[in-house]
Design a protein around this ligand. Structure first.
Ligand code: S3P
Length: 445
């Protein structure tokens, strides 16, 4: 999806107390994986609560182009009938993943294990993002790639391996996308495919592979790392998947409720996989009142209901090793840090430079244009919280949904309104964001 039409700016204004109970949309990581594993499995996969954002819809379309049958039966209710491991058909058109690095990179892994050739493409943001980190291990496994641009950027053509080779691969950066691409390619290889990561990244692929019948082992490696091994050529069987609410989307109303005075909201069914809860831990360290009310589990992933009440926050030091468990949440954490009293230092943010935008630069720009003193030192960001935010800035979105949503949350409590130049990209991950936030009391114009 190109979003080539006119820009859709929105201004967020100081709002009265937020209140109410909402369930944010399904988790994006789980939604992509349910479609891709469903497409690689034999039999039917029934998905409920699928995120119907543009990123995931592009993955659904790609799985159809690769030969799976993917059908929507109602809101969030989808079925996939897969083609079996290595059973993909060559697509007649390029696979267009729009804005989504996750959809694109995981699909590359799945295609690398099939004897087909496919062309991969995306929007202007995705075309700037590094793909070498995925192509390197996939080429070791026998796939071949050719690309028009330098450095392995999209658009590119990937030729899957005819006889995939199982490898032992140490990821150069902690990334669930690299890990998942290797494991998905490893499904088609005989023997064991192993991924070693120095920091443990989200493990949804491992959990879902097990849920679909594959044999996966995961053991500690070093201080914070993990060694994950998959037994190749399993018969993946279609399974039922319930998608819990996305903690990365819940992060926006959560932070808004903390900084808008007298707020109290409840967030239902939020996934609490410990590899995704770094933001909640950090906010609690800052003094946030976030109570876990009810906990339950579904299809290998735990979830809970959270009550969030406005809180006087204080600055904290966020250690680098926490980054993988909150990698998508630093923008909105920066908003919380701006309203806190004291300095917040977030360490080890190098991976933020290669997300939907350069989020390190974009976050600093968002804060500075709204009167918050912010410094970037090496890979760390230092924010001087003064208990309130002047606001009044116009924030550049850079085709990045999370910049748009974070800036709007800032405007709900800033002294003067905050404007976002383009909100169209919010539809990639949280299509109902504006109406849902309005329901809680957010004032947008
Ligand atoms: C994701 C992994 C993370 C994250 C992205 C979703 C996933 O990326 O930023 O939004 O679903 O595997 P990296 O693995 O590149 O850190």
């Amino acid at each position: 999806m190109s979003h080539s039409g006119p820009k859709t700016p929105i201004e967020a204004r100081k709002s009265a107390a937020l209140s109410g109970r909402v369930r944010v949309p399904g988790d994006k990581s789980i939604s992509h994986r349910a479609l891709i594993l469903g497409a690689l499995a034999v039999g039917e996969t029934r998905i409920s609560g699928l995120l119907e954002g543009e990123d995931v819809l592009n993955t659904a379309k790609a799985m159809r182009s690769l030969g799976a049958s993917v059908e929507r039966h109602g809101e969030g209710l989808w079925t996939v009938r897969g083609v079996g491991v290595a059973g993909f058909a060559a697509p007649s058109e390029p696979l267009d993943f729009g804005n989504s690095g996750t959809g694109c990179r995981l699909a590359m892994g799945a295609v690398a294990g099939a004897p087909i050739t496919a062309r991969f493409d995306g929007d202007a943001s995705l075309r700037t993002r590094p793909m070498r980190r995925i192509l390197d291990p996939l080429e070791q496994m026998g796939a071949r790639s050719s690309h028009d641009a330098d450095g392995g950027r999209l658009p590119l053509t990937l030729e899957g391996a005819r006889a995939p080779i199982p490898i032992i691969y140490r990821t150069p950066v902690p990334s669930a996308q690299i890990k998942s691409a290797v494991l998905l390619a490893g499904l088609a290889a005989p023997g064991m495919t192993t991924v070693i990561e120095n920091e443990w990244s989200r493990d949804h692929t491992e959990r879902m592979l097990t849920h679909f019948g594959a044999e996966v082992s995961s053991k500690p490696e070093g201080v914070h790392g993990r060694r994950i091994s998959l037994k190749g050529q399993p018969e993946l069987k279609g399974a039922a998947v319930t998608v819990p609410a996305d903690p990365s989307s819940a992060a926006f109303p959560m932070v808004a409720a903390l900084v808008v005075p007298d707020s109290e909201i409840v967030l239902a069914d939020v996934m609490t996989n410990p590899l995704r809860t770094g933001l909640i831990k950090t906010l609690r360290d800052m003094g946030a009142q976030i109570d876990e009310l009810k906990t339950r589990g579904d299809a290998g992933e735990p979830m809970a209901e959270f009550r969030v009440r406005s809180s006087q926050l204080r600055g904290v030091d966020v250690p680098a090793e926490r980054a993988p468990s909150m990698i998508d949440e630093y923008l909105v954490l920066a908003v919380a840090a701006s309203f806190a009293e004291g300095t917040t230092t977030m360490r080890g943010l190098q991976e933020l430079r290669v997300k939907e935008s350069d989020r390190l630069a974009a976050t600093a720009a968002m804060l500075r244009v709204n009167g918050v003193k912010t410094e970037i030192v090496g890979d760390d960001m230092i924010i001087e919280g003064r208990g309130h935010v002047p606001g009044g800035g116009v924030v550049a979105t850079h085709m990045d949904h999370r910049i748009a949503m974070s800036a709007l949350m800032m405007g709900l409590a800033a002294d003067t309104p905050v404007k976002v130049d383009d909100t169209a990209f919010i539809a990639t991950s949280f299509p109902d964001f504006v109406p849902m936030m309005r329901k809680l009391g957010a004032e947008f114009a």
